[in-house]
Design a protein around this ligand. Structure first.
Ligand code: NAD
Ligand code: ZN
Ligand code: ZN
Length: 346
């Protein structure tokens, strides 16, 4: 079968021919219908040798939708032909967190040579993907595969980040979302669907702000020297109650903390490598809270799928055949992608 493999650090991945896997024990072989391309894939492709615990080679693709094509003799809880998405952050499978479907915060994460499917383990940018256990599968019914695949990370990570803020996002509050790409445009929709907060969107691209508008943002603005002032003015001067930062550079962290109201929270999702200095006394607002959400839980993935099936969230996608993955990666790198790129086996 064809698979997009990372074979050497610093070398662009290319589709190559590999052996089609066979499920043993509790494993499930999933035929891939669609795999989302995440900005994290660029971070992985660009990583220096030794920066990540992954062993090479492996197949990329951590946002996967498809159907169960073959079951190992001990696989339970899924039927051949069932349409599914993959819960991606595979942990050790044995600790309290994994047992509760919270592999994203597995207690043994530091000892594993992977972060999940397509991140150190063979992923879904291929015709088939081998899943260690049916506990990593969530049924999707008749949801189209290109809608379903991005829910497993762009949707789930945004949903998990919003879940952490939700108690603070009552009527009358304001939330800023920085970076309206694959994750950000779904975060705007999830905020609209599950909270009463007003949503202010920030990006460096006009077309991303248009996407924010279509996603239900109340206001959008480009990053400029006076963006902080513009956003604060939108809150009557007090500042925003929460910020979701899907970029995470020094510039966006400075913007995020600069527009925050006392007692507000910043959730940093983007892996932009920015630093934030905490000091007391200092410039951070009193009551400042910070979170670093990572991916999400299996129960949350089922909730995101239910939200999408109800029509409350819609992923804006650009489709590419798997053979065109290098072009899709290049487009994403140049900031030319609208919403989420989805690769379909050809
Ligand atoms: P994306 O490329 O689809 O979207 C990023 C958006 O940010 C783009 O619209 C871009 O124009 C905008 N942007 C770039 N620089 C900006 C700036 N200085 N100010 C405002 N906007 C700016 O990326 P994505 O797939 O949505 O991923 C976003 C980030 O989240 C990446 O760093 C990715 O690695 C990270 N991520 C984290 C998790 C997690 O669990 N924490 C999960 C998935 C992705
Ligand atoms: Zn991702
Ligand atoms: Zn674990």
């Amino acid at each position: 079968m064809r698979a997009l493999r990372l074979t050497a650090w610093g070398k662009p991945p290319t589709p190559i021919e590999v052996e089609q896997p066979v499920p043993h024990g509790p494993e499930v072989l999933v035929r891939v219908d669609a795999a989302g391309l995440c900005h994290s894939d660029l971070h992985v492709v660009d990583a220096a040798q030794g920066a990540l615990p992954y062993r090479l080679p492996f197949t990329l693709g951590h946002e996967v939708a498809g159907w169960a094509a073959a079951l190992g003799p001990d696989a339970k809880g899924v039927a051949v032909g069932e349409r599914v998405v993959l819960y991606g952050p595979w942990g050790c499978g044995a600790c309290d967190r994994c047992t509760a479907g919270r592999d994203n915060y597995c207690d043994r994460r530091d000892t594993l040579a992977w972060h999940g499917v397509g991140l150190g383990r063979d992923g879904g940018m291929a015709e088939y993907v081998l899943v260690p256990s049916a506990r990593h599968l969530v049924p999707i019914g008749d949801l189209p595969a290109d809608q379903a695949a991005p829910l497993t990370d762009a949707g789930l990570t945004s949903y998990h980040a919003v879940a952490g803020l939700r108690p603070a996002l009552q009527e009358g509050t304001t939330t800023a979302v920085i970076g309206i790409g694959g994750l950000g445009h779904l975060a705007v929709q999830i905020l609209r669907a599950t909270t009463a907060t007003r949503v202010l969107a920030v990006d460096t691209r006009e077309d991303a702000l248009a996407l924010a508008d279509r996603s239900g943002a109340d206001f959008g603005t480009l990053v400029r020297p006076d963006t902080g002032r513009v956003l604060k003015a939108r809150t009557g001067g007090a500042g925003v109650d929460a910020v979701l930062d899907f970029v995470g550079t020094a510039q966006t962290l400075e913007l995020a903390t600069g527009i925050l109201r006392a007692g507000g929270e910043v959730a940093v999702v983007g892996s932009g490598g920015g630093h934030l200095t905490v000091s007391k006394p200092g410039v951070l607002p009193p009551g400042f809270r910070l979170s670093l959400p990572f991916w999400g839980t299996r129960p949350e993935l089922a909730e995101v799928v239910a939200l999408a099936r109800s029509g409350a969230i819609h992923v804006e996608t650009e489709r590419f055949p798997l053979s065109a993955a290098p072009e899709a990666i290049d487009r994403l790198r140049r900031g030319r992608m609208r919403g989420r790129a989805v690769l379909v086996p050809d």
